[in-house]
Design a protein around this ligand. Structure first.
Ligand SMILES: [Zn+2]
Length: 74
């Protein structure tokens, strides 16, 4: 079976404190937006706070559609 494991319940904390890569400051309520590929370097991801997500129309990584699912559906 190729059913992906769902780990959505681990990131729904509304008051997560972290570094917003869009306005470049630490902020409360950040969400993971983009995951860096682990190749050279420690890896990691880009986080954005709620105002930045709304301003830049960012979709949290956990809310993005899975690759291959809905990509070719226009
Ligand atoms: Zn921000």
């Amino acid at each position: 079976m190729a059913e992906p494991t769902q780990t959505a319940s681990t990131t729904n904390t509304p008051s997560s404190f972290g570094y917003c890569a869009w306005h470049q400051a630490h902020c409360r309520g950040v969400r993971l937006i983009r995951v860096h590929e682990q190749g050279s370097g420690p890896g990691g991801g880009l986080f954005a706070c709620r105002p930045c997500r709304e301003s830049f129309d960012l979709v949290p990584f956990a809310d993005q559609p899975m690759p291959g699912a809905g990509v070719d559906a226009t």
